[in-house]
Design a protein around this ligand. Structure first.
Ligand SMILES: Cc1ncc(COP(=O)(O)O)c(C=O)c1O
Length: 407
């Protein structure tokens, strides 16, 4: 424990210390909830006052196996004691087997390891640019979707279709066209010989848990083929088991395969790791020396991800089953509370659209012991750990019911 924390006596003093230190020393970019989380077990977390919360946001879709999962703890402990990091100057034992596993479950042959979703997006943009450049200097345009979110770096913001994230940083990378989600005619009008890539979130997460139609994704696939552009699916929030399939593009049968896929959040259960996976056609545009990362895929992160994939396989049916149950229970609530206008999502990526702002509901639910999140002002977003059962859903619904009565 830090000097500042250990000097404090009692949880009130800890809270004051933590909040004051952050006010003085942190960049003031986050609006935090007034909760200091201290420990967790499965889908539950406890704050410094010992108050228990059921966690239905899981570190924004990261803590896939909840907290303190025995296999993740064992893998981290054993690996940390032996070897954490080597840089990519050397091999470690885990990148190869992990990339093989990703190839088997994703259908994409080659992987590059990153440390976050944003860094995966950056890699995808470089791949798209290099692909276009190799064909023609004027083939640099990228088509992305309105209302999308791909990360906070300048490159990622360039393809993020939400003005509120972009406005303070413009001009961004030129040549990006935004089309409305699911508007096939607009997509057809935007894609041409100059298009190097098309970037799509199969389910828009920050945008309000909005699934795209398979017909739109299929048309994007056809247009990418027709114009020799790369199709990139951002699976950072909706991928790696979240929807009850390994990746959301596998929700349709047969799956619509992208050329590039980015993923991150749950892949190493809270240890920072992201991936950029690609088929041979896309991967060949990155040659030795063109891209790299010091931390990406270090021994600790890659080992944990391998362990996670091993557990995930057996969890996928549960994710689908419990997710369906959760949506059904939310729809029951919607019959009693008319301000719930829509319930949607796949697996354990769940959104409840409201006709009123969600912020107060989120605050009240947290006071009632349920952690969730509101996106797009009016969408309650739930990204619980994959290990939850129907009983946890019942517990969450009871809290929500109590909160909704007060609205
Ligand atoms: C779809 C999507 N893409 C990219 C990102 C950026 O990921 P990160 O915050 O890990 O950089 C996010 C984060 O929420 C996301 O949801």
């Amino acid at each position: 424990m830090s000097e500042a924390l250990s000097a404090a006596s009692g949880s009130e003093a800890i809270t004051t210390n933590v909040v004051e230190l952050e006010k003085q020393y942190l960049l003031q970019n986050y609006g935090r909830h007034p909760i200091i989380l201290h420990r967790g077990d499965g889908p539950y977390m406890w704050d410094v006052d010992g108050k228990r919360y059921l966690d239905f946001i899981a570190g924004i879709g990261v803590n896939a196996l909840g907290q303190n999962h025995p296999r993740i703890v064992a893998a981290i402990t054993e690996q940390a004691a032996r070897l954490i990091h080597t840089s990519n100057l050397f091999y470690n034992e885990y990148q190869g087997p992990l990339a093989k596993k990703i190839a088997e479950v994703s259908g994409l042959q080659r992987t590059f390891f990153t440390n976050s979703g944003t860094e995966s997006t950056e890699g995808s943009l470089k791949m798209i640019k290099a692909h276009g450049n190799a064909i023609h200097p004027e083939k640099y345009e990228i088509v992305s979707l309105e209302n999308s979110f791909h990360g906070r770096s300048l490159g990622a913001l360039s393809i993020t279709g939400q003005p509120k994230y972009r406005k303070d940083f413009e001009p961004l990378i030129p040549g990006v066209k935004f089309v409305p989600a699911d508007d096939i005619a607009a997509l057809e009008a935007a894609v041409n010989e100059r298009t190097a890539g098309i970037c799509i979130e199969w389910i828009q997460g920050e945008g309000g848990v909005l699934p795209l139609s398979p017909a739109f994704c299929q048309r994007a696939r056809e247009l990418a083929d027709q114009y020799d552009a790369l199709l990139c699916f951002d699976e950072i929030q909706c991928g790696v088991g979240r929807t009850g399939t390994y990746f959301s593009y596998q929700l349709v049968d047969p799956p619509i395969l992208p050329d590039i896929m980015t993923a991150a959040k749950p892949i190493a259960c809270g240890v920072p790791l992201g991936i950029l996976s690609a088929n041979e056609r896309a991967a060949k545009s990155i040659k030795p020396g063109m891209h790299g990362s010091t931390f990406g895929g270090n021994a600790l992160a890659a080992r944990v991800a391998l362990e996670f994939f091993d557990v995930l396989e057996g969890l996928l049916p549960q994710i689908t089953r419990v997710g369906d149950y959760f949506r059904a229970r939310l729809r029951e609530l919607a019959t009693r509370y008319s301000f719930i206008t829509n319930v949607r999502g796949y697996g354990l990526m769940v959104g409840a659209e409201l006709s009123i702002p969600g912020k107060e509901i989120v605050n009240k639910a947290m006071a009632g012991g349920l952690l969730l999140n509101c996106t797009h002002d009016t969408v309650l977003r739930f990204l619980p750990p994959y290990i939850i059962t129907e009983e946890h859903v019942d517990e969450a619904i009871a809290v929500l019911d109590g909160v909704f009565k007060t609205v």
